[in-house]
Write a protein that binds this ligand. Structure first.
Ligand code: FE2
Ligand code: FE2
Length: 192
């Protein structure tokens, strides 16, 4: 497994992304905004887990900073930020969450780590494939923080349940993620 993922991205995704880079950038901005919102929603929902709060607050700020940076890249290229039909990926991933706590929280944290892992994988592909040196460098600069986010979500998961329980559920949800990403429509999105 790469980055805890059960599958690696097919070369056709990179080809589609390069051919539709404007749409990928707009989607990327939406993804960073959503990542910040998800982290902040966990601060509200699970505030009794006080050790979560500084981790998630830092993570949310970093995602908002990424959002601002993508907006700057859009503006520099005269690409308007606009509403876009989102990939069904994240919504379908969350359908696998169990209902009762702490199972639900465990599943959310693992799914967040898988989304970070898939983003990290694809940002690495963009860094290698994009000809524009400025944009390629931008993707390279994001990799370390997205890797940290993936690890942070897994650390939070291991703080509420034994590592072997986390590992077992991670394996199941990574297979679910692989199926979901394989079934997304072929749109130019970070997670299609
Ligand atoms: Fe980010
Ligand atoms: Fe992230």
């Amino acid at each position: 497994m790469t980055l805890g993922l059960a599958t690696t991205t097919h070369a056709s995704w990179t080809k589609r992304a390069l051919a539709n880079l404007d749409e990928i950038l707009v989607d990327h901005a939406h993804c960073e905004k959503k990542a910040a919102s998800t982290a902040l929603s966990l601060v509200f929902k699970y505030m009794e887990h006080t050790h979560f709060l500084p981790v998630l607050s830092t993570l949310a700020r970093e995602e908002l900073r990424h959002f601002e940076l993508v907006l700057q890249h859009l503006a520099a290229r005269d690409i308007p930020f606009r509403r876009q039909k989102p990939s069904p990926y994240a919504g379908r991933l969350m359908e696998a969450c169990r209902k009762d706590e702490p199972d639900r929280l465990l599943d959310v944290l693992i799914i967040c780590s898988l989304i970070e892992a898939r983003s990290l994988e694809r940002m690495g592909l963009l860094r290698a494939a994009i000809a524009d040196p400025d944009l390629s460098r931008f993707y390279g600069n994001l990799l370390a923080s997205e890797a940290r986010h993936r690890a942070a979500y897994l650390d939070l998961a291991r703080s509420i349940l034994p590592p072997e329980d986390v590992a077992r559920r991670h394996e199941e949800l990574a297979l679910h993620e692989a199926q979901v990403i394989a079934e997304t429509p072929p749109w130019p999105r970070m997670h299609c």
